[in-house]
Design a protein around this ligand. Structure first.
Ligand code: NI
Length: 175
């Protein structure tokens, strides 16, 4: 189990379009596990491989990770791993407050589809299909945006997006 470095905006890597995963080997499984470990530590609910410097179409999620946890309690984790995900269908609308481990100190309301059907592969390369709703659907769409080099702040209006990015870039600059 390794904790990986999470790249932060405005790192140019985050703009890369991730490539298809073609090798379903031990390294892929290890990367997915390390991403989950990293996500748990950072208290995120989703993480795309490009955020840890690997522009591959791989993402992990666990919606239980932002549930309040009493000290000493063992909450059952629900890790999900998606390789080469593709949306087959989207419907409905939901607006939720989004944040991102690569965008520090900023959250905003984003509108997305409230129900999606996704086709993907597991780390063994098997084809899977799943319907996600509500926050799970939102999280998947947010992470899939990363695979296209898109951040949630790219979904704001052009004016607001520019403003927010300018502010975030200023904050990111080392003093
Ligand atoms: Ni994100």
């Amino acid at each position: 189990m390794n904790i990986l470095q999470v790249y932060k905006f405005p790192h140019p890597l985050l703009k890369l379009k991730s490539r298809l995963v073609t090798r379903f080997d031990g390294r892929l499984k290890q990367l997915a596990q390390d991403m989950l470990t990293t996500m748990y530590k950072e208290r995120g609910v989703g993480l795309a491989a490009v955020q840890v410097g690997k522009p591959q179409r791989l993402l992990v999620m666990d919606l239980t990770n932002d549930l309040p946890r009493e000290q000493g309690s063992t909450l059952r984790r629900e890790p999900r791993i998606y390789v080469n995900p593709e949306l087959l269908h989207t419907e409905g609308e939901i607006t939720t407050r989004e944040g991102c481990l690569s965008v520090e100190g900023y959250t905003t309301d984003i509108r997305r589809a409230s129900r999606v059907i996704v086709r993907y592969q597991d780390t063994g390369g098997r084809l899977m299909k799943e319907t996600l709703e509500g926050l799970a659907a939102v999280c998947l769409q947010h992470e899939m945006d990363h695979l296209e080099g898109r951040l949630f702040i790219d979904r704001l209006s052009p004016v607001k997006s520019r403003m927010v990015k300018k502010r975030l870039s200023r904050q990111a600059r080392p003093a």
